[in-house]
Design a protein around this ligand. Structure first.
Ligand code: NAD
Ligand code: APR
Length: 246
């Protein structure tokens, strides 16, 4: 067994509180495209600012809606991979000591059985109203089907419940994630390029607060300097070995 894996296992199992920060790479082996992987990444085909931003949606709501509808179908077809399952099992045998902070908008951690999951960038399976400030809340069940659906009464549009470029992250989720990064004994960072803040900053926060930082990624990431230990491999292959308890 490679030394880094043995050392990482000692840190993970020795941690009273384990924080797990996941990105798109966590779900790559479930068949969901990441953003920045050169060939397969979503950004190789689309301009993110055009599709994943409030301006993009305002300019062309049906194009953005259809793009998300496509990705939503991909998420619904996907299955949790061995990495998601290993994390969920580990949480079960270490109740109250494992919290996942995810940048992903799929529900694969939850479907694998993880219960303590902080979602920084929303949920692609959720619909929300574009204009939440309306005088009276529109009734989602009465939205007129379309691309995108709209409120029959006031014309308000339905949008995907994800965080877009330049949008604020949900405050409660972000503050929980910050507190976790400041208090955890170890942070396991899986499948993120570390390209996007504030999520990527959580590894720096954990390291500065004295946590052991382990980064699991087949490729170098922009936050590798924060790692005490780098595991060069994929989530579905490394996590079962790293988290096995016997
Ligand atoms: P998105 O492109 O809108 O990402 C929103 C996030 O991008 C914001 O938090 C923002 O801080 C960040 N951002 C800002 N500037 C950026 C830049 N220049 N380059 C890259 N990111 C920038 O994401 P989306 O397409 O609306 O999808 C929503 C979610 O999909 C994202 O939160 C991302 O985590 C995610 N995702 C999930 C999966 C999965 O669920 N497995 C796979 C790929 C991506
Ligand atoms: N196992 C582990 N890591 C993997 C795997 C795998 N099987 N396959 C790819 N990776 C790694 C890649 O090396 C890359 O570092 O996953 C990372 C994917 O990076 P991104 O595509 O940038 O995804 P992410 O880091 O989640 O993006 C952050 O930016 O576009 C926005 O909001 C979006 O939440 C996303 C945020």
């Amino acid at each position: 067994e490679p030394a880094p894996l043995r050392e990482a296992r000692a840190w993970v199992h020795g941690a009273g509180t384990l924080a797990v920060l996941t990105g798109a790479g966590m779900s790559a082996e479930s068949g969901i495209a990441t953003f920045r992987d050169a060939q397969t990444g979503l950004w190789a085909k689309f301009d993110p600012a055009q599709l994943a931003s409030p301006e993009g949606f305002r300019t062309n709501p049906s194009l953005v809606w259809d793009w998300y509808a496509e990705r939503r179908k991909g998420v619904q077809r996907a299955l949790p991979n061995a990495g998601h399952v290993a994390l969920a099992q580990y949480e079960k045998t270490h109740l109250g000591r494992v919290t996942i902070v995810t940048q992903n908008v799929d529900d694969l951690h939850q479907r694998a059985g993880s219960t303590d999951v902080i979602r920084l960038h929303g949920d692609i399976l959720q619909d929300v109203w574009l204009d939440t400030g309306r005088c009276r809340p529109c009734d989602m069940s009465r939205a007129v089907p379309g691309s995108p659906p709209r409120c029959a009464a006031c014309g308000n549009l339905v949008r995907p419940g994800v965080v877009w470029f330049g949008e604020m992250l949900p405050a409660e989720a972000l503050s929980r994630a910050e507190l976790l990064a400041q208090s955890c004994d170890a942070m396991l960072v899986i499948g993120t390029s570390g390209a996007v803040y504030p999520a990527a900053g959580l590894a720096h926060t954990a390291r500065r607060a004295g946590a052991k930082v382990i980064i699991l990624n087949p490729e170098p990431s922009e936050i590798d300097d924060e790692a005490h230990l780098l595991l060069r491999g994929t989530a579905a292959r490394i996590l079962p070995a790293l988290l096995q308890t016997e």
